[in-house]
Design a protein around this ligand. Structure first.
Ligand code: ZN
Length: 203
């Protein structure tokens, strides 16, 4: 195991162990006192565990089935020849995923799909902004759960300044979800706006 740890990561772990207090934990970072941080009160940093290598397979790799490929466009809000937009369960704010229809991740997207991705990101920014009441559209690619590329788009409510920046995802998990009908109307509006420049609204 230890020989699999990259020297840079091994060095990081040594710095962590040196910085840990008597309780084996790091001090709270500055972000815990920032306006955008969703939590307050007695908190402590979780103990950092040792690396797990090789990393466990995500869905869609190592023989694990891929949800995105299995559902195809049956759950999609919008699709064109090579891309689709899907949505998670209703959340507090508009959230959608942009994915290629083909089973690829960002690293093996290739020239055609990577070029098309840029245009669809731009269009989705406009489609989400057109909902109104949107302060900023945030775009993330985490991909630690599934191997099929899915970009996350979050539409931050206008004026809710505590929801700015990197804490938005934690706020989203904290705030009450939209009613289902409102969620579906939102998705239909995004799909219709996307379809103006191509592809097909599926809701
Ligand atoms: Zn897939």
């Amino acid at each position: 195991m230890a020989e699999l740890v990259h020297p840079r990561n091994a060095a990081l772990l040594r710095r962590v162990r040196d910085a840990e207090g008597a309780d084996g934990r790091l001090a709270l970072p500055d972000v815990a006192s920032w306006e955008i941080f969703p939590f307050e009160g007695e908190m402590r940093v979780k103990a950092l565990e040792e690396p797990e290598l090789p990393e466990p397979a995500r869905t869609g790799e190592g023989g694990k089935p891929c949800d995105s490929c299995e559902t195809g466009v049956s759950q999609a809000v919008w699709a064109d020849e090579r891309w689709k937009i899907t949505a998670p369960e209703p959340s507090a704010i508009p959230i959608v995923f942009l994915s290629p229809r083909k089973h690829v991740d960002l690293g093996n997207l290739g020239l055609l799909l990577s070029g098309e991705m840029g245009q669809r990101i731009w269009r989705l920014e406009m489609a989400l902004t057109s909902l109104g009441g949107v302060g900023r559209v945030h775009l993330n690619r985490w991909g630690d759960g599934g191997a099929h590329l899915h970009l996350w788009f979050f539409a931050r409510p206008e004026g809710l300044l505590q929801l700015r920046g990197s804490s938005l995802a934690d706020w989203t998990d904290t705030l009450p979800a939209m009613p289902l009908h409102e969620w579906q109307d939102m998705l239909s509006a995004v799909a219709a706006e996307m379809a103006v420049l191509g592809g097909k609204a599926l809701r």
